[in-house]
Design a protein around this ligand. Structure first.
Ligand code: UT7
Length: 331
């Protein structure tokens, strides 16, 4: 059967480095608190005037070049983000002309930290169905404009950073390599455990000066609830992926997990009795980049020469929604 593979990968982060000490000048926090609780040491923030689609453009150009194709070969764009350029249309429609493309179908996926995994599964299904041959899947975020850098928002603000990661998904040239299995989940009963309302569409008008003055314009999180569910669900989805594919944990070269919190990933590895070294991290330098985190880490791992053709990789994500999932692929 026709199946898909990742033919090219790329990433981009804005140059402005923001350390934990920089944040401690804006709010009551400390390098020690942030590192001990999350593993994060610094993150990148986009400058004023930079859009999510601008970060995505740089990552996309690299993924397109890595796949050995030209932008005009791209026949579908899937854009995962929770920080779109504007409310509508979707950010894929802003990225498309920046890539010099027109008439290429565009779609946004709003699944937060699992957005890239959902997007990859959609691209895989399109390729399997024979509909498209060069799908650009990009995850990008500009969080820094929508974080509350006061003591009230410090539990969330210290965790997130800006960045982008992209892949090109094509029909696999052989039976051996490609996306072997995707498993996606959601539990909307926890929608308010990590959310950003900004407005309420049932209200007329939906947005008022008064509502803008409340905390509904900032992301809010029940940190401990998210933390506990993340560990439980990630362990479950790894186990069910292994059971469904008959692959052993030992056969996996690397797990590329979402980069929310070092302790979450360490607990997951421990509960699965997998070596900690198999779980890769770059949250130390980028923080949590939500839909960008998995392709950003995949790109860095690939460019560091750590992945060879034939290696089994597991991509793993959990986040707001709650949504979570896993993708098993042979490089
Ligand atoms: O990608 C989406 C998925 N997101 C996640 O996976 C995040 C999951 N949750 C977490 O990573 C953790 O819950 C946090 C890192 C957010 C927080 O760690 P925690 O150990 O659960 O801390 P806490 O929320 O219980 O807060 C402990 C204390 C509180 O003070 P009191 O009430 O004990 O006096 C907080 O007010 O730490 C305080 N605190 C801070 N102190 C310094 C909260 N944020 C900060 C801060 N700096 N930035």
């Amino acid at each position: 059967m026709l199946h898909s593979y990742i033919a090219g990968v790329g990433s981009f982060v804005p140059p402005n480095r923001v350390t934990n000490d920089d944040l401690s000048r804006l709010m009551t926090t400390s390098h020690d608190w942030i590192v001990t609780r999350s593993g994060i040491e610094e993150r990148r923030f986009a400058d004023e005037g930079v859009y999510c689609s601008d970060l995505a453009l740089e990552a996309s150009k690299k993924a397109i070049a890595d796949a050995g194709i030209s932008p005009s070969d791209v026949d579908f764009i899937i854009f995962a983000t929770l920080s779109p350029d504007y409310h509508f249309p979707g950010t894929a429609c802003y990225l498309q002309p920046k890539l010099g493309l027109n008439m290429v179908p565009c779609m946004d996926v709003r699944n937060q930290c699992t957005g890239f995994l959902y997007s990859l599964a959609v691209a895989d299904a399109f390729v399997k169905a024979g509909m498209y041959k060069n799908i650009l899947v990009v995850g990008a975020e500009v969080h820094s404009s929508a974080l509350d850098f006061t003591d009230e928002g410090r539990d969330v603000a210290v965790l997130f950073g800006d960045g982008a990661g992209a892949v090109i998904v094509q029909p696999s040239p052989g039976e051996e390599s490609g996306i072997l299995y995707s498993e996606l989940h959601a539990d909307g009963s926890h929608a308010k455990a990590l959310h950003m309302d900004i407005w309420d569409i049932s209200r007329k008008p939906f947005l008022t000066p008064e509502s803008c003055a409340t905390r509904e314009r900032w992301p809010t999180m029940k940190g401990k609830v998210v933390f506990k569910h993340a560990i439980t669900r990630l362990v479950e989805v790894v186990n069910s992926t292994l059971a469904a594919t008959g692959v052993g944990a030992d056969d996996i070269k690397f797990v590329i997990p979402h980069q929310a919190n070092m302790r979450i990933n360490q607990f997951v590895a421990q509960m699965l009795e997998m070596p900690q070294e198999k779980f890769l991290h770059n949250m130390q330098v980028y923080g949590n980049t939500t839909a960008a985190s998995i392709p950003l880490l995949l790109d860095e791992t690939y460019r560091a020469g750590k992945i060879e053709r034939g290696d089994l990789l597991m991509l793993l994500g959990f986040g707001s929604g709650f949504t979570w999932g896993a993708t098993l692929l042979r490089w």
